[in-house]
Write a protein that binds this ligand. Structure first.
Ligand code: ANZ
Length: 877
């Protein structure tokens, strides 16, 4: 047994303490220091707190950003790499409810645990800048920003149909609801009309789309944002309600309509189809329904409206759902030809979009077509796919059978006949405007943001309701409005916020001018703090202002923002909105907050599930002849790779992995698993591999028997080992490029491993070469590198040692072509460096799309490499 082996359990706490005591990662803030260097603001999406702490899936993104931050410091940048806590919100409050403790106490405990875990992994955060969104000195400024929104007319109260979640006792935003359920818990959501705070995000819809062009984000995320905002261009068209007397070709027997509104407006993206309207539809909630419904139809219509209210928008608008609806008995007049068309009520028209009413063109809209077929309403073709007058061509489908939704030539359309597409739409809009029947309209799917919650654990609003019914703002110098202590934090079933139970001392306010009122008792949603936390990091202890202009101008925008793809819409859209408002207020200097966005992939783990869907822990199951069984009951179970979660019993504990292998092995493995954006399965033998690699690195420098420097090391110049020197410079180049790409950081680890293999082939190793190698390894495995650096006689941490530069003259140019086979079958040919070792060859081959497709997720049983010629992957087919 070696007496002085690699012992992460000793080295890692030692260097973590050293970094803390020496403020190694303190962010420069003094103007001269800032001026002297370029900046890199590298930010992780801060976690929302949970009682479970972190599992091995979480550090994937955190490690990638930490490697980047550490490399940037060595490359001569001023680096801002902070961490904080998304501490308000439902998850914490629910945990507090379960534990029967005040949310503040649970929050403090969770923060301790998260911080302890992150420090154990050795992330180079500047802990002196740690923030929590639930701390009064933070949310004071959240309230301050709310006042800015309010002053600009971007925050208002309104009676709105809300998503009310009975299980949570609160309303939720549109973005938080999918398929009629709260996205986090699956609790059902119903529609209610409530008076709530709204933020006018729709006023920024256009800019939220346009400015996406200026940021360096994954195209998929940009697209998700564009779709969420959902810009449509078209027209608002006015339809008059036909007089009862004029209906049915002039039967004057019936009474005249007494409706106060005798017209309604519809939104359409296809004004070119107006001559094809054969009926109109109002949403069940449309206020006109009750006024126009005829006596014969009233009972049927009211029954239909009542049942439609029970269903979510998604259920109602599903394309394949059988269409339902009821005729109101009333008719509308088509403004282009004076024709009278029946008005129906149907749930496929949503009250929340457009005007809540449509003109139906069954010949050219699929949903209208289905509806018309179902209720035997006429279908009139007004767009022809072919330029010359229809006889139909072979293979054509008549619009009686299926809607034709494409562009084409207008037919049966009076003055539009012969026009096509955009030109026809423009012509019609102009016609409508000239005749006073409609206007051009850009419509967004985006709704204003429902910004209040009936929960305790959130920011109080800095608003007072005065006795005369008006509202007033709390003066800025009285912020923060702190959350009061309550006997019970529980939500209510009637929507009365818990803060309404606070004592009068908190509730009743006398403003400086003597006016009195009651505080707003709703709280802000969890998204509020995360909308601007990245700004507070630039100047977190400022008591006079949310941040100083100088710090903001230096650090913003965030250069690299790393986090999960689940934030594609919500957080990123909300934060961009606030940022733009702050930009308009002149308090931030950039239009966009996050220049480059990066999504890390998920780390998956095997889960075990029986036929009833019940999950088992890995310890409860065993494999026999390739089949998995529950040990105790012999029940067969299936195994699959899934996202780690408590409910799937497949969490791999971060603390356990750290205890067994140490932080450096874990960090290396998190990166090694695959491209940062791809994720992959967690495998114990994988982390064992990086752990053994670090042992080899250790032995490269330390003689395990004596604890002294290895005899192999010499003080000779690098050129004394020409091959190794060349190899080093290739590694410098490859690792530098891999870090720069961020996504392909995993390849850096293989290059580092391959370099250590090369060292194994030489007798003596110049210390200068080892030192450069440690520089390259240190962002990934900082503890062992600092330790070896010190043992090599260098002072302090490596955190700011200049990054090595590759000497181009030492980079060999020889490349060779290698064949790549999967199970003996040629898949591709790759160009490789002539002295690349097996690990690099394999890694490079596996990056290839064709190879990956051929392997198709199967595990690799064996790899055969014929140096300089071919590599063959054998899988468990
Ligand atoms: C007539 C028409 C003819 C339409 C045609 C489409 C095709 P986007 O692109 O999503 O904005 N619509 C309008 N308001 C609606 C509502 N509240 N609920 C359900 N559907 C509604 O879609 C706009 C189109 O969706 C509008 O254009 C309208 O149908 C429908 F050949 O008007 B269209």
């Amino acid at each position: 047994m070696a007496k002085y082996p690699y012992r992460p359990s000793e080295i890692e706490p030692k260097w973590q303490t050293y970094w803390a005591q020496h403020h190694t990662f303190r962010t420069p803030s003094d103007p001269a220091e800032l001026q002297a260097k370029p900046k890199a603001y590298i930010l992780d999406m801060f976690p929302y707190l949970s009682g479970e702490g972190l599992h091995v899936g979480h550090p994937k993104g955190y490690t990638a950003s930490d490697v980047m931050a550490r490399a940037r410091r060595m490359q001569g940048y001023n680096v801002l790499h902070p961490m904080g806590w998304d501490a308000f919100g439902l998850p914490t409050e629910r945990a507090a409810e379960r534990a029967n403790m005040p949310p503040a106490v649970i929050t403090a405990r969770n923060i301790e645990n998260f911080r302890r875990q992150m420090q154990r992994v050795g992330f180079s955060y500047d802990w002196e800048r740690e923030i929590s969104t639930a701390a009064p000195d933070f949310y004071q400024w959240t309230q301050w920003i709310f006042l800015k929104l309010y002053e600009r007319g971007l925050a208002y109260m309104a009676d709105v149909p809300v998503n009310w979640c009975p299980a949570l006792g609160t309303v939720l935003s549109n973005e938080e609801v999918f398929d009629g359920k709260y996205i986090e818990t699956g609790d059902p959501v119903e529609r209610r009309l409530m008076r709530q705070w709204m933020l006018r995000i729709t006023a920024y819809a256009e800019r939220l789309i346009d400015d996406l062009d200026d940021v360096d984000w994954p195209e998929g995320i940009k697209e998700a944002q564009r779709n969420w905002i959902g810009k449509s261009e078209g027209a608002l068209v006015e339809f008059r309600i036909a007089e009862y007397g004029m209906r049915n070709n002039g039967n004057t027997e019936e009474p005249a309509l007494r409706a106060p509104h005798s017209e309604f407006r519809i939104f359409t993206t296809r004004p070119d189809t107006l001559f094809g309207v054969t009926y109109c539809v109002l949403a069940p909630e449309h206020p006109l329904v009750e006024q126009i419904v005829t006596d014969e139809q009233r009972a049927a219509v009211l029954a239909y409206v009542a049942q439609a209210r029970q269903q979510s928008d998604l259920q109602r608008t599903a394309l394949n759902k059988e269409k339902t609806g009821v005729f109101t008995g009333a008719y509308a007049v088509n403004p282009v030809n004076g024709e009278q068309v029946p008005i129906w009520v149907a749930d496929y028209v949503l009250i929340s979009y457009g005007t809540g009413a449509i003109m139906a063109v069954p010949a050219h809209d699929e949903r209208d077509h289905e509806f018309a077929r179902h209720f035997n309403l006429p279908v009139r073709e007004v767009i022809s796919p072919h330029p010359s007058p229809p006889p139909m061509r072979e293979g054509d489908v008549s619009v009686q059978e299926a809607a034709y939704t494409g562009d084409g030539i207008c037919v049966n359309s009076d003055f539009l006949n012969g026009l096509a597409g955009a030109a026809a739409r423009q012509y019609m809009i102009t016609w409508l405007e000239q005749h006073g029947h409609g206007v051009r309209k850009v419509q967004y799917r985006l709704r204003d943001w429902l910004f209040s919650r009936q929960r305790y654990w959130g920011e109080p609003f800095p608003i007072v309701h005065l006795n005369d019914g008006s509202m007033a703002t709390i003066p800025v110098d009285q912020l923060p409005i702190e959350l009061p202590e309550l006997a019970s934090y529980k939500p209510t079933t009637d929507g009365r916020p818990p803060l309404a139970r606070a004592d009068d001392e908190w509730l009743l306010v006398t403003l400086p001018d003597g006016r009195v009122g009651v505080r707003e008792t709703n709280t802000m949603p969890q998204w509020a703090g995360s909308c601007w936390y990245y700004l507070r990091f630039v100047d977190p202890h400022n008591a006079q202002a949310p941040w100083s202009a100088a710090q903001e101008q230096y650090w913003l925008p965030v250069d690299i923002y790393i986090g999960g793809v689940e934030h594609a819409v919500l957080h990123l859209l909300y934060a961009r909105f606030w940022h733009k408002v702050l930009y308009d207020c002149g308090v931030v200097s950039t239009k966009e907050p996050f220049q480059q966005l990066f999504n890390q992939g998920l780390i998956l783990a095997h889960s075990y599930r029986d036929a009833n869907g019940k999950y088992y822990y890995p310890q409860q199951v065993e494999e026999r002849d390739g089949q998995w069984f529950v040990k105790e009951t012999d029940k067969p179970v299936s195994t699959q790779l899934e996202k780690m979660s408590k409910s799937r019993f497949n969490i791999v504990s971060l603390d356990d992995a750290l205890t067994t292998y140490g932080a450096d092995a874990l960090r290396l493995y998190e990166i090694f698993i695959g491209p940062v954006s791809a994720g992959g399965p967690w495998q114990t033998n994988g982390i064992e591999g990086t752990w053994r690699f670090l042992q080899r690195v250790w032995r490269l420098v330390i003689d395990e028997n004596t604890g002294q420097l290895s005899d192999q090391l010499t003080d000779a110049p690098a050129s004394s080992e020409a091959m190794l020197q060349r190899q080093l410079h290739k590694t410098i180049k490859a690792v530098t490029e891999a870090i720069e790409s961020l996504d392909k950081m995993n390849t850096a680890v293989s290059h580092l491993m391959s370099f250590v293999n090369q060292v194994g082939q030489v007798k003596t190793v110049p210390k200068v070469i080892v030192k450069d190698f440690l520089c390259l390894l240190s962002p990934f495995a900082p503890h062992i590198c600092d330790e070896l650096w010190q043992r090599l006689g260098e002072p302090g941490s490596m955190a700011y040692v200049p990054w090595p530069q590759a000497d181009e003259s030492l980079l060999s140019e020889t490349t060779i072509q290698m064949a790549v086979q999967v199970n003996g079958k040629l898949r591709t040919v790759i160009a490789m460096d002539a002295d690349a070792d097996e690990a690099i060859v394999q890694q490079t081959a596996l990056q290839h799309e064709k190879v990956r497709r051929a392997i198709n997720g199967q595990s690799i049983r064996k790899v055969i490499v014929a140096p300089g010629r071919l590599v063959n992957f054998l899988t468990n087919e």
